[in-house]
Design a binder for this molecule. Structure first.
Ligand SMILES: [Zn+2]
Length: 325
C-alpha cells in the first residue's frame, strides 16, 4: 500500500518539494497534462470526452502537513520555533520532530494549560550543547514535521503523521489511477500547497483550473472517542459528505446529489458538519463569480498529531466511489 510511503514524505506548508516529487512521479503515467504553478500546487489534468455540457471539475487535496519552523537558537543550543499550521502544545510535548535537513529534535515546555497555542513556551532539544553546534545542523527558518510512522492498528484502522491530508492525496491518486475510461468532464486533480496556513495554495490553483465545480477531499473530525465534543461523524461509517465547515457552506444541490447518489448505489456515507476549521473548498467557492463547491471527507481521530487515525473502510470503498461519478 503506497499510503505508507505517502504519509512519510516531508511536506511542511511551503516546503512541499519532497511530497510533490513523490506524487508527480506516480501521476505521470495517468495524466494528460501536469502543471506545477508558481506557488507549488501540482495540477494533474484528465481531459473529458463529453460533447455537450462538458464541465471542469476541480478535486483538491492538500499535500502540505502541519509542522514547525526555527525562529531562534539559545546560547545552550535549544531551538525556538513557530507553528506552521494548527499545532497544540499539549500534543507536541515529548514528541520527536524531524527537520528537513534530517536532524531530529524533541519538544519540551508548553505546560501552560490555559494557552495551549502559545508557541513561545516551546523549545526543541536536538542534542546540541551550544548555539554554534545547533546552527551547524539547522538554520533559521528550517522546517520540521512530526515523526510518526505509518502503523496499522486493529482491524482496518491505521495511524500516521500527516494523515491530514495525505489520505485525501491517496484518494485522488487512486481515483486517477483507477479511472478505466476517460471522464466525461475535464477533471483537475489538484494537490495543493499551504492549506494549513490558510488555504493559500487553493486560492491560486482555482484560477488556473477556473472550475465549474470544486470538491475538497480532506479529513474531518471523528467524535467517537472518550470525552470527544459533540459531533456526528465517526470512524467506520463511510466517507463524509460535507454540508458545511468553518470556511464554506457547500452548494446544497451538490450535497443532495452526492447523498442521493450514495443512497442509490449503497455507498455508506454520513453527513458532515464541522463547527470550526476549513478546507480548500473555502477558497474555491469564493473565486470569480463563485464556484459550486462541496467536500468529501474522511473521519479522522487525532487529526493534527503524529498519530492521525482513519478507518480504511471509509477510504477504500466509499470515498473513491463517490468521486468517480
Ligand atoms: Zn487538512
Amino acid at each position: 500500500m503506497f499510503l505508507d510511503d505517502l504519509t512519510q514524505q516531508f511536506g511542511v506548508s511551503g516546503f512541499e518539494e519532497p511530497i510533490r516529487a513523490f506524487i508527480t512521479e506516480f501521476c505521470q503515467s495517468h495524466a494528460d497534462e501536469i502543471i506545477k504553478d508558481n506557488i507549488g500546487n501540482l495540477i494533474v489534468i484528465k481531459k473529458g470526452t463529453g460533447k455537450s455540457n462538458r464541465k471542469k471539475i476541480m478535486l483538491s487535496a492538500h499535500m502540505d502537513e502541519i509542522g514547525f519552523a526555527v525562529t531562534d537558537v539559545t546560547e545552550k543550543g535549544f531551538l525556538k520555533v513557530r507553528y506552521m499550521g494548527g499545532i497544540s502544545n499539549q500534543v507536541s510535548v515529548c514528541q520527536r520532530i524531524q527537520f528537513r535537513s534530517g536532524t531530529i529534535g524533541v519538544i519540551l515546555g508548553g505546560k501552560d494549560k490555559k494557552d495551549d497555542r502559545d508557541f513561545t513556551q516551546l523549545s526543541v532539544d536536538i542534542g546540541a550543547t551550544s548555539k554554534e553546534e545547533a546552527l551547524a545542523h539547522v538554520q533559521i527558518g528550517e522546517p520540521a514535521s512530526y515523526c510518526g510512522e505509518f502503523t496499522p492498528l486493529c482491524g482496518r484502522t491505521v495511524c500516521s503523521k500527516a494523515i491530514d491530508d495525505r489520505i485525501g492525496c491517496y484518494i485522488l491518486m487512486r481515483v486517477l489511477a483507477e479511472m478505466e475510461t476517460k471522464p466525461y468532464h475535464d477533471t483537475y486533480f489538484v494537490f495543493s500547497v499551504q492549506e494549513e496556513l490558510g488555504l493559500r495554495g487553493a486560492k491560486v490553483a482555482v484560477s488556473t483550473c477556473n472550475p465549474d465545480i470544486g470538491v475538497a477531499v480532506d479529513i474531518t473530525g471523528s467524535f467517537d472517542t472518550p470525552g470527544a465534543p459533540n459531533g456526528f461523524t465517526k470512524l467506520g461509517s463511510g466517507a463524509a459528505i460535507k454540508v458545511m465547515d468553518g470556511s464554506v457552506v457547500c452548494d446544497d444541490r451538490l450535497v443532495t446529489f452526492l447523498c442521493d447518489y450514495a443512497k442509490a448505489n449503497d455507498i455508506p456515507h454520513q453527513r458532515e458538519v464541522l463547527a470550526r476549521g476549513g478546507t480548500d473548498a473555502g477558497a474555491i467557492h469564493l473565486f470569480n463569480n463563485g464556484v459550486s463547491s462541496c467536500g468529501v471527507s474522511i473521519p479522522t481521530r487525532y487529526g493534527h498529531s503524529p498519530v492521525g487515525t482513519v478507518d480504511m473502510f471509509d477510504v477504500e470503498k466509499h470515498a473513491s466511489k463517490l468521486l468517480m461519478e
